[in-house]
Ligand binder design. Sequence first.
Ligand code: EPU
Length: 355
Amino acid sequence: MLVEKNVPLQPFNTFRIVAKAHTLVRIGGEADLRAVLADPVLGPAEKLVLGGGSNVVLTGDVKAVVLKVEISGMRLLAEKPKAFIVEAGAGESWHALVAWTLAQGYPGLENMALIAGTVGAAPVQNIGAYGVELQDRFESLDAMDLHTGEVFTLNAAQCAFGYRDSVFKHGAPVQGAHQAMGLKGRALILRVRLALPKPWKPVLGYADIERKMLETGCRTPTPQQLFDWVCTIRRGKLPDPAVTGNVGSFFKNPTVTPEQCADIIARDPKVVHYHLDDGTVKLAAGWLIDSCGWKGKSVGQAGVYEKQALVLVNRGVGTDGEGATGGEVMTLARAIQTSVYERFGILLEPEPLIV
Ligand code: EPU
């Protein structure tokens, strides 16, 4: 086990915020993790599990022991009559897994192409895009309990998936979850297994995809075409984290009652909203922020992306300075929350983990 001290975290978070880890250990497999847990100093210390750093805002140096997950491997575990079961190590890049499954002839992840981050982070957030969420393709995962060293397996129900939510984001009990408690800060995901349904059926309902079908005149895309469309759509409206620091959507899309929605429509008839099966209504947070005039605005080096108001960006990357601080990002985020609350009465909830 190699323990690194005072490690710059700027390369390890996609917002490219400057911060240091007091202690960082790279986890290449279960043995590394067991060594950490057995260590008299590291074992009892607080820990922060870091995947691709694509869903975290660092507001200062990290005192918790950073466990940088680098568990690799992608393989077909089984071919069943109704699905390919694929297993991937938590440290693999999510997009690399999407591309690999497609190349191998196991389609089903293409709507989630180009989502930044690692395979291990995907269930934590229940990542999703263009009508497909991780939970729709999820089979099971293995994780290690950071208190006991026990390796356990969870199915979808035990992960308690919700919209950008899972048992891994809660410290308090979650109904149906592992050991009737939340696993926030308590588990490190080792491997994830996905079930890619046979026969493959494209998921085409999302407005941006419909637009592509109209543009191309193609109503029956192949998995590769759908993958290419999703990549083009995302590149058109979301900043590339390799060029501009960001963590994707900064806030969740809020859910309101039909009465609340009717009230907002009465004042702002153009509000973008979607009726959900459970009777509630989801509002487009990007639209709410946009209509408060935030697109292109900045606090220091932290800014609101010009093409998508739901994305906050680090305008300082690649300049002589150090770029946005976590404090600037959070000041901007709070100012956005205040103005959306004052105009619509809705408190936007951040999507990334604030550390
Ligand atoms: N909109 C505006 N102005 C803006 C941004 C959006 O008017 O500045 C409107 C759009 O015109 C559209 C609606 O808001 O009518 C929704 O926008 P979009 O389709 O871009 O999707 P989103 O709700 O902003 C969500 C996910 C994304 C995911 C896309 C596609 C969340 C928080 N975000 O974004 O996920 O890629 O849908 O499925 O649910 C992420 O989680 O990091 C992420 C990028």
